[in-house]
Design a protein around this ligand. Structure first.
Ligand code: ATP
Ligand code: MG
Ligand code: ZN
Length: 519
């Protein structure tokens, strides 16, 4: 018997086997149970998160002769035929393969014919965003007056490419990326039933690299298994997936921040000798710095991309020594270096250049500990990253005592001074609040209405400031400075955060999900 890829062997066959996607599963299962199935669904979300699998479960459930609680039985003749792909009324169209014109035309002709075999005709149109405009229009005509006996399930990874006219006619479900824990759990199950022994760190690494997609995770496991057999440890995962060991990266970073040029060169040479690709080393180091940055900001809440438990002590150590702003700079520098390697076949010299640039950055030492806001994991002490805001906060420090002496002055000053005074007043009350505020910008100070703008990238800061404890401090400070009826509002700046070169580069390298650190 031929070997069936793990991800195919492990396609969930009913709702209870689906990992995650709870809301979607619940809504669909309820609708099926109560006979309230809609005539058109749109499933959107990242690759390998269950869209096609769930579409097929729905197709069976509506045609099953003895469904239970909305689940297909998977045994009756209809279920069996659908599982084997022999059921005439479940029609799968892959819009990616020929962009669908012929199939949709065919669909328009046949859609009004009653189901031949089952209760409902189910059209599953995968990658629906790939349809041509004509095909979309044809589909739209059908969706406008769908026959009772037909259900459409459209699936896409690119919701933004679906025309609004189609969207408005479908019930839409968004599929989320699965968490690393959810993926680890499923991998563990799969490993167990295939008699594989995968170490905990190995599972963790595979899961994190899958970026929320279970298909990719299962494919990786398959690949590692076929190279390494049933005993799979962290090293096996690193080898097969071409990853760089996080312990190695930790030592490399320590050498960089200790400005130990000799050690850096030696370690790079060693990795190349072991057969790692130059670009891979740089990219993995970028991810390591990214981990260091989010760990500095969020502490144990951070979801780390490359650092496993065994390297966490290094991370703790680095985070004590290095300011987040400095990590940000290093990240930016190394991203540029990794980029250059991509276009240069990545030779040793260029790899060394990329890392020595980081060593040069390390020359700027961390300011003395007591000049920094206290860093507690709970308050998620934020970083100061942007230069303009940094300047403003420096001004704030200078005017601090003055503002404290004459809290009611301030009429007729420039906006810049008003901002400095507000920052100073807030700083006096609570340093963490000041650190949040310092990322903003005074947009308007008119009469007693103060408007502060934040770049979209500082959503976290704006939201934190809107929490009542922080907002009260802001309002109180404003009142002290400008009188009882002073009020403060926080808004987003018009500019698009994606324009920010650092954010843009980070987005290119990691994809939106990692960089925005939202949700
Ligand atoms: N939520 C999930 N629960 C269980 N298994 C899943 C899930 N998502 C994906 N898988 C695994 O990945 C395989 C592929 O999933 P599926 O085809 O449903 O993904 P998809 O969302 O349609 O992806 P694509 O957008 O690439 O078409 C499944 O056969 C299954 O092994
Ligand atoms: Mg699919
Ligand atoms: Zn059945």
């Amino acid at each position: 018997m031929s070997y069936m890829a793990l991800y195919r062997a492990w396609r969930p066959q009913n709702f209870s086997e689906v990992v995650g996607q709870e809301k979607t599963v619940k809504a669909l299962q309820n609708a099926l149970q109560q006979g309230r199935v809609s005539h058109a669904y749109l499933f959107s979300g990242p690759r390998g998160t269950g869209k096609t699998s769930i579409a097929k479960i729905v197709a069976r459930a509506v045609n099953c002769s003895r469904p239970e609680e909305g689940e297909p039985c998977n045994q009756c003749p209809s279920c069996a035929d659908i599982l084997q792909g022999n059921f005439m009324d479940v029609i799968e169209i892959d819009a990616a393969s020929n962009r669908g014109i012929d199939e949709i035309r065919d669909l328009r002709e046949k859609v009004r014919m009653l189901p031949a075999q089952g209760k409902k005709k189910v059209y599953i149109i995968d990658e629906v965003h790939m349809l041509t405009t004509e095909a979309f229009n044809a589909l739209l005509k059908t969706l406008e007056e769908p026959p009772d006996s037909v259900i459409f399930i459209l699936a896409t990874t690119e919701l933004q490419k679906i025309p609004a006219t189609i969207l408005s006619r479908c019930q839409s479900y968004h599929f989320r990326r699965l968490t690393a824990e959810e993926i680890v759990e499923r991998l563990r199950q799969v490993a167990l039933s295939n008699k594989m022994k995968v170490s905990a760190e190995g599972l963790e690494l595979i899961a994190r690299r899958a970026n929320g997609g279970l298909r990719d995770a299962l494919s990786s496991l398959d690949q590692i298994y076929s190279y390494k057999g049933t005993e799979i440890d962290k090293q096996a995962v690193l080898d097969v997936l071409g990853l760089v060991d996080d312990l190695y990266l930790s030592r490399l970073m320590e050498a960089i921040f200790a400005r130990d040029v000799g050690a850096v060169i030696e370690m790079l040479g060693q990795a190349l000798q072991e057969g790692k690709e130059a670009q891979q080393i740089a990219r993995e180091a970028v991810l390591y710095l990214r981990d260091l940055l989010v760990y500095s900001l969020l502490g144990t809440e951070a979801e780390l991309a490359v650092v496993t438990d065994s390297a966490r002590p290094y991370l703790d150590n680095l985070r004590e020594k290095i300011e987040p702003a400095q990590v940000m700079k290093a990240l930016n520098t190394l991203m540029a270096g990794a980029d250059r390697l991509r276009f240069s076949e990545g030779n040793r010299f260029q790899l060394e250049m990329a890392f020595l640039e980081l060593v040069a950055l390390g020359a700027e030492q961390k300011p003395s500990a007591d000049a920094r806001p206290p860093r507690t994991v709970r308050t998620k002490a934020p970083v100061s990253v942007t230069k303009p805001a940094q300047n403003a906060s420096a001004d704030g420090t200078k005017t601090q005592s003055k503002a404290a002496e004459s809290p009611n002055g301030g009429d007729g000053k420039t906006t810049q001074q008003a901002w400095a005074r507000l920052l100073a007043a807030v700083k006096e009350k609570k340093i963490p609040t000041h650190a949040l505020l310092a990322q903003g910008k005074l947009l308007e100070h008119k009469d007693q209405a103060i408007t502060i703008g934040f770049k979209k990238a500082y959503k976290f800061h704006k939201e934190k400031l809107e929490e009542s404890a922080n907002k009260n401090i802001l309002e109180e400070s404003a009142k002290e400075l400008w009188g009882r009826s002073a009020s403060v509002s926080l808004v987003f700046l018009e500019e698009d955060s994606a324009q920010d070169p650092v954010v843009k580069r980070a987005l290119e390298l990691f994809g939106e999900d990692i960089v925005e650190v939202k949700e």
